[in-house]
Design a protein around this ligand. Structure first.
Ligand code: ZN
Length: 501
């Protein structure tokens, strides 16, 4: 059996190398590649992905997994070996259930859909995108059907991004949260004059912004010996191994905080990848376990720590000095309030902590309605706008800033959106558990000390890599399932105080 396990590990190492090499090419494409490189790069990445898929879905892989079944049954569920076999089997089953022609047709359709979407968004022309979007949804439905039986056809799509989650489990969180968020947004909207965000809308040179972002990322514990920061139009984090995890940011020279907060967010993702146990290297388990757990790390650093008074009590004097005279007469409290302004807005990626969740719930509901045949793709703009009005009290003036704003659906990423909010909800549960274990953490943050925070996350989350799903991690770390109540209590306390409710 040891020999079979060794053979499995060798195959997984090959797959890991192929995928990580593809990630290097992808990073280069989004940072430094000249425009002329596009076609060759697409060919190279798709070759690497095809080879990885062939290894993953091969008969030899299926045989090895079968042979290892009795061995796996004797192992401790939490052991590296059992987790490795369990994870690989899940991936194998996913890779082999879907017929090759469906995979190929989806790849072709989304390549075209992303182009058409970009043009449609620019020209505010939903009608030109609608036939392709309908096709994408049809293909996603066919993909999901490969995983029957299920309670809801949306389940396999959710499970792809968040293993172990289903419509029902997500709905249990979102349906509790929704009325609370709608009420809080309305209360804050009625009190808009309480916060003035003009102090953060000032000019600050790019180089100085980047230098400050680097200083903060390093202070939090992002290891620049095993990473680097580059400029891109759409920020992301990517890992080539736990020892080379890259972050990116964009700079708005007329906003004092967006690049810094974005860098903190990406550092949260990156520290997760940097913290995976070396024992999992080249097994496929050596990265973050799911999109929601990843987002719980980035949101914890960005929002709970990075938008707190304690954090800015420590960094504001340096920040003030770095920005220069624009902030010389702005006190920390004024800046803190400006940084945490909450107001309904059209674009999800620019939304604040309070309104953000409703942007996600809207997409979750629409996806569920479309894949279940209750809403037609042609009616999405109308449905979108009606929900924006009902939840946030604003109606998009056009589809470009409404239903066309996100790239996800054109990529075929149906089921992805919920992970953003699930992770955000979980970040508060993690934070509360961390404070129970270390009540002095707020004082440490105020002193600019982040070792305890990172050490706790390393121990509870990072080192496990992909061994456990989100529901399994939640059980192990906070002793129960995802719970929306601590999250809404956190928002009410923080924003109630800022807005004087
Ligand atoms: Zn993120």
């Amino acid at each position: 059996m040891e020999e079979k396990l060794q053979q499995l590990k060798e195959r997984l190492a090959t797959i890991a190398d192929l995928l990580r090499a593809g990630a290097v090419l992808g990073w280069d494409q989004q940072t430094y590649m000249p425009p002329g490189g596009v076609q060759a790069r697409a060919d190279q990445i798709s070759t690497l992905q095809r080879l990885a898929h062939e290894y993953q879905a091969s008969e030899e892989m299926g045989q090895l997994l079968d042979d290892l079944k009795p061995y796996e049954a004797q192992l401790d569920y939490d052991s590296d070996e059992a987790s490795l076999i369990r994870f690989t089997r899940r991936e194998y089953e996913r890779e082999t259930r879907v017929p090759g022609d469906l995979v190929a047709e989806t790849a072709k359709t989304v390549a075209l859909a992303t182009q058409v979407w970009a043009k449609a968004r620019k020209e505010n022309d939903f009608a030109s995108f609608e036939p392709l979007l309908s096709r994408v949804f049809e293909l996603q439905i066919r993909w999901a059907e490969c995983f029957a039986p299920y309670d809801n056809i949306y389940d396999p799509l959710i499970d792809l991004y968040e293993p172990g989650m289903t419509y029902e489990k997500v709905s249990a969180v979102f349906s509790g949260l929704k009325p609370e968020l709608v009420a809080l947004v309305a209360a804050l909207s009625a009190n808009q004059d309480a916060v003035d965000d003009r102090p953060i809308h000032q000019h600050w040179a790019q180089d100085s912004q980047l230098a400050f972002g680097r200083e903060i990322a390093a202070a939090l514990g992002y290891d620049f010996e095993r990473g680097r920061l580059d400029l891109v139009p759409h920020p992301f984090t990517t890992a080539f191994s736990p020892d080379d995890v890259r972050i990116t940011t964009r700079v708005d020279e007329n906003h004092l905080a967006s690049s810094t907060m974005g860098t903190i967010h990406e550092s949260g993702h990156a520290m997760y990848d940097q913290g995976v146990s070396p024992a999992l290297y080249r097994t496929g388990l050596d990265t973050g376990t799911s999109f929601a757990i990843h987002e719980s790390q980035s949101r914890l650093y960005e929002n709970i720590i990075g938008r707190s008074r304690e954090f800015w009590r420590c960094f504001y004097p340096r920040f003030q000095k770095a920005v220069g005279k624009g902030l010389s007469k702005v006190d920390m409290e004024t800046f803190y309030r400006a940084l945490n302004i909450s107001q309904p807005s059209l674009i999800r990626v620019e939304a604040d902590e309070v309104t953000y969740g409703l942007h996600i719930i809207l997409r979750f509901e629409l996806e569920n309605d479309v894949v279940n045949g209750r809403v037609k793709v042609t009616d999405l703009p109308k449905e979108w706008n009606a929900r924006m009005e009902a939840y946030l009290g604003i109606t998009p003036p056009n589809d470009a800033d409404g239903v066309l704003q996100d790239v996800h659906w054109s990529f075929g990423y149906v089921g992805y959106f919920p992970t953003y909010l699930l992770g955000t909800v979980f970040s508060v549960q993690l934070w509360q558990q961390m404070l129970k274990d270390h009540p002095d953490i707020p004082a440490q943050v105020e002193a600019g000390k982040f070792e305890t925070v990172l050490g706790w996350l390393r121990e509870k989350i990072h080192r496990h890599g992909r061994k456990f799903t989100m529901p399994e991690l939640a059980e192990r770390v906070v002793g129960g399932p995802l719970d929306w109540q601590p999250y809404i209590a956190y928002l009410r306390a923080k924003y109630g105080e800022i807005y004087g409710l």
